[in-house]
Write a protein that binds this ligand. Sequence first.
Ligand SMILES: [Zn+2]
Length: 138
Amino acid sequence: MPKHARCAVGFCDNDKRYPDLAYVRSHVNNLTFHKWPVDPKLAEIWRKQVAKTRGDVFNPSPGASGTFVCSNHFPLGRRTPENPKTDYPSIFMTVSDYLQKNSPKKRKANRWQEPGSSKCLLAPKIEECNDDCEGTDE
Ligand SMILES: [Zn+2]
């Protein structure tokens, strides 16, 4: 019974226990969590790839239970044992993916504004302040 069922890749929060919360990239048809490879050579390839995405020391042993990589990180959206060239994680989350995922309900305000009009349409309140501030002691 592995306690950890979270994708090992940095910036990816997908967790086997919470499929409803998973972030699925467009190239993935069916999100699955791939167990860490038992084959030492393959495990080392995976380790190097995943380690690049993490800030900590990442060194799971081959076949480690509780270490998973989700489908998002495979070029074809799944493992391809028949083709070693795509059978390791090589697609990683970017920070913007991560932020997007964590603020899906954020609405864009003032969408109607022209992209070029960067100036605020509201009258700045500074003018009121100026009246007060200009009254010096002279
Ligand atoms: Zn993942």
